[in-house]
Every structure is written in C-alpha cells, then in structure tokens.
Design a protein around this ligand. Sequence first.
Ligand code: UDP
Length: 332
Amino acid sequence: MGSILVTGGAGYIGSHTVRVLLAQGAQVVVLDSLVTGHKEAVPAEVPFYLGDICDAGLVKTIVESQEVEAVIHFAARSLVGESMAKPDLYFYENTAKTNLFVSNLLQLGVNKIVFSSTAAVYGLPETVPISEESPTSPINPYGLSKLMIEASFHWLEKAYGLKWVALRYFNAAGASLDGSIGEEHLPETHLIPLVLKAALGQRDAIQVFGTDYNTLDGTCIRDYIHVLDLAEAHVLALKALDQQSNSGVYNVGTGQGYSVLQVITSAKKVTGIDIPVVEVARRSGDPDVLIAKVAKIEKTFGLKTRYSDLETIIASAWRWHQNNPDGYKSKS
Ligand code: UDP
C-alpha cells in the first residue's frame, strides 16, 4: 500500500483530514507552503514537505520517495473577498498551479485525486436544495477558479484516465473534538469563529449581515457541516476512486440549514455567554438560502454525518477557541 499525499495538510480542513486518515491506518504525507497553513496542525509523525504544489522537482521527490498512490488536494486560496480584489491571484494559485500539479502527477503515474471544490460554483441558485445538476454560475473568482479545475478534470479523465472526485463544500465548521486543532483564517470572515471571538470578548459584538432576507427570521440560511464529517467524506471518496464510474462532482453538506440568528442563539447556549449582537446591512453577494442536496454522496460513498448538529459544531469550535484564544502560535 502506498501513501496518500495531502496538499494543504496544514490548513483547516486538510489537518482534520490528515487525522482521520491516520486513525484509519493510512500512510500520509503532507505538502504545504505554510502561506495560510500552520505547521503545528500537522502531527509530528507525518512526513512534512514545505513547498509549493507547482515545484515539479519537489513533487517528483515526494511521489517517488513516499510511494504516493493518491492525492487529496486542499492547497488553495479560499477567501471570497480577496478573490474579488485579486482575481488574477486566484486564477494563478488555484487554477494554473493545480493544472500544472495534476499534469505532473499524471506523468509520475499518480492518477487518483480528491479535490476541494466549493458550493461557490453554483453562484446564486435558482432552487434549493441545490443538486449537482443545478447550473453552475459562480459570482466570484474563487468559485470560478475551482469550477475551471472541475471542468479540466473531465477532459483529463478522457485523455489520461484521471480518477477524480471534486467535493463541493457547503459551510465547513467546528473543530476537532479535543479542541486541539481548529479554524483560523487571517483575516477571519466566517460566522462561527466570529461569534465565538465575540463570546471571548475579543470583539465587541457579532454583526448580523442583513435581517430582510426571504427566510423565516430574515437572516441567511446556510448548510453547516462539521469539519470531521467533511474530512470523512474525503476518505470515503478516496476509497471509492478505484471505480472510474465514481469520478465526478459531489456536494458535501447535511441537507439541513440554519439561520444566522439560530447559530448565534446556539452559541449563546453553548458558551453560556450573552454575546452582544448588532444588526447591520447586508453583505454583498450573499444568497438567502444555501442548502445542499446530499443524496449523491450518501448513496455513492455512504457518507453519514455524525457531528454536524449545530450544538456539536459550536461546542467543538468553542473548545478550540477557549484552548487557543490567540489561535495557532505560528502565524503564517
Ligand atoms: N455572517 C454574518 N456576520 C458575520 C459573518 C457572516 O451575519 O460577521 C453571515 C453571512 O452573511 C452568511 C452567513 O453568516 O449569511 C455565513 O457566512 P460565512 O462567511 O461564515 O460563510 P459563507 O456562507 O459566506 O461561505
């Protein structure tokens, strides 16, 4: 049995996936540039390579010395706002580099890849829940940078027999159950970490972006999936890759949505803190409701989410924030 190369294994979702792989007895090797990842998030026993996915020499060394048989590719930029300001950066970092990386992998004889995609490929959906057949029409460069790779994989499959799964993440959330690794983005823009930073007193209040959406309480509804369930989805996808017919795109969510106010109410309950809330204007580009249709991944890979109820998500994230109020020690 060869090893699994995890690019971006020092990042939020990557580091949780590395742990799930190890727990299942896989041999794992990490390649990360540490531009946004944190070395401390990678267990000491995992071979770690500092570098870039487009460094062909380094990729060759890793593949050959570690006998890599498949890749889970997380390494990417993932801030929507940054992608609006610097679209060229996203098309280079996420699209061009991945294209080169996968081309090198194929030349080295590695033809199995699980790829981090995003619900941002759908843009503003016409109907919810969103199925994989829904039209793709991203409204930001981040979503497009990922969609272009999905489309390229279709052709690489035909030409070279690439076996691939692109997982379209909805809202990843939560932390490891022991609170030792978790979510840290610089700058932080996501709802759950920001609510918990307000609970810790690191921010004055949580801002609610818009209360006039077409939802029950007027705030946006999202499909939050626990990062451990998301990690499990990658491992299941990897196992299913031997069958070429499984190649394709898959939503990863729970099929259930929570509003911004429901998240805040749950955070107040879990933390026991009356977190100050301020209602402000809408943030641009936020659809009212984003909920995944998850039948495809459940049926094909047998994914059953175990940790994605709101309370477990928030309790695990709270443990991480309390244990690490300043986040990771190494600031990348
Ligand atoms: N949100 C909010 N206040 C914040 C951050 C986010 O009200 O400080 C809302 C945001 O408008 C969206 C939801 O929370 O409706 C989830 O946002 P997040 O940035 O976590 O994820 P996204 O759905 O944008 O990927």
